[in-house]
Design a protein around this ligand. Sequence first.
Ligand SMILES: [Zn+2]
Ligand SMILES: [Zn+2]
Length: 247
Amino acid sequence: MVFWEGYVSDEVMGIFAPIVIYWLYAGFYQLLPPLDEYRLHTRKEEEEKNLVPLSKVVKGVLLQQLVQAVVAHALFLQYEKSSVFYVSRLTSPADETGITIQPSIPIQIMQIIIGMFVMDTWQYFAHRYMHQNKFLYRHVHSQHHKLVVTYAIGALYNHPIEGLLLDTVGGAIAFLVSGMTARTSAIFFCFAVNNTAYHDVHHQLPGTKYNYSQPFFSIWDKILGTHMPYTLVKRPEGGLEARLVKD
Ligand SMILES: [Zn+2]
Ligand SMILES: [Zn+2]
């Protein structure tokens, strides 16, 4: 049982819930002035260092979410029709009326963990490759790095090709490999909000060769030696700063 049962389909939830959560989460950080205490950068720094205006970031993110919604819709449609191709159909077959039988909660949790691992693995290597390949960096990934001061809403501000390759394809593969149903995916995709301070290091000039991992864990950075720890230091003028800890 989920709270949206009987109101909207799992597919609609899977497509729209992550978008709603994204804007709620980002809007929360963007708009509330009392949160200045916890900001990683001052508003002044934000205006001086960033090379793109906020309005452009918002438009870019909306475009990417549109692409994601279209791909998710196509995936769910396929999934409805297919009976053997998808792993999900093995763990959660449809009953006689064609309604998907949801797997047990432990299985759903395991599918979410598998999905997280698949998504992290995909994104780590694709992201790292975008830095190693000069052509891809210059023409694609550098757009995301125009944000030296990360906006909460900037997490999805990417070149459209990067958005498609990293986030959309990564999400689709995680969904297919883990075998989760549309219902589980609605919850899974809402979790994909990354660790702000960890990723902030990657956006600072000395930190660009570190902390590629996103959106969930930093396993691959740790295994492959690209992990850069940080400490949060209080700024005299208020707010926090993520400082690299080099050994
Ligand atoms: Zn990067
Ligand atoms: Zn980033």
